[in-house]
Design a protein around this ligand. Structure first.
Ligand code: PEP
Length: 253
């Protein structure tokens, strides 16, 4: 059985104090659970990665970045490389979060470069995919998600692909309070697993964890986690409240 994985995406929230107190609370209150029964990662803003890494201390909570650039170094003002993130203690990096795709305008091609650079540099990417509400209403969810998955994995060997965690995040459910029903989410998770099986093989498809993201909260976490192909949750808003995030972690085991 796959170990569940709960990741908190703090987005552009918290400050130097609250990032540390939130990380300390999550670490202190998930001892014996995090790392053993469930993998947990916190993805704070870039500037708080160092303090958050120190705050989680020698607990089993991992730290992740919300984005990463694909170039190793050089004249790329404002960007942060894989080696910089590793240097700050990061294990994971989100790639292609819907806010990067739809607010900042990242293409599938750029997301693929980020995933490839992360894996090559030993950082574990969390590749996010998901359809807009108009695309779902137009019956295009399968087509959109298929394209994002295929393009996201383009050029990755099976060995490298194993380092990827997938996150299905329907854009209409992110930060809106609207959650996909467990059945709606399961349908797309099964599609993603089938696609990975077709690109690589069924063993790899079974091993890759697929997280659901989109208004996950304590009240819906257990029901989502019961679905066969939902291996964890990528949590935005609810990861900013220690009590809610810890309840979600507990609901995953
Ligand atoms: C996210 O930011 O990845 C997310 C799922 O946000 P929320 O849980 O707030 O919908």
């Amino acid at each position: 059985m796959t170990k569940p994985f709960i990741a908190g995406n703090w987005k552009m929230n918290t400050d130097s104090r609250s990032s540390v107190s939130l990380a300390e609370a999550v670490a202190a209150r998930t001892t014996g659970l995090a790392g053993r029964q469930v993998d947990v990662a916190l993805c704070p803003p870039f500037v708080y990665l160092g303090p958050v890494f120190r705050a989680v201390g020698n607990s089993s909570i991992a730290v992740g970045a919300q984005d990463v650039y694909f170039q190793p170094d050089g004249a790329f003002t404002g960007e942060v490389s894989v080696s910089m993130l590793k240097d700050m203690g990061c294990t994971y990096a989100l790639c292609g979060h819907s806010e990067r795709r739809h607010v900042i305008g990242e293409s599938d091609e750029l997301v693929n470069k980020k995933v490839t650079a992360a894996v090559s540099g030993g950082l574990l990417p969390i590749l996010c995919v998901g359809e807009l509400i108009e695309q779902r209403k137009a019956g295009r969810t399968t087509e959109v998600v298929t394209g994002q998955v295929k393009n996201g994995f383009a050029g990755l060997s099976a060995e490298k692909a194993l380092a990827v965690t997938m996150a299905y995040e329907p854009v209409w459910a992110i930060g809106t309070g609207l959650t996909a029903t467990p059945q709606q989410a399961q349908e797309v998770h099964a599609l993603i697993r089938e696609l990975i099986g077709r690109i690589y093989d069924s063993r790899l498809a079974d091993e890759i964890r697929i997280l659901y993201g989109g208004s996950a909260k304590p009240g819906n976490a257990a029901a989502l986690m019961q679905e066969q192909d939902i291996d964890g949750l990528l949590v935005g808003g609810a990861s900013l409240k220690a009590d809610d995030f810890i309840d979600i972690i507990k609901a995953a085991v």
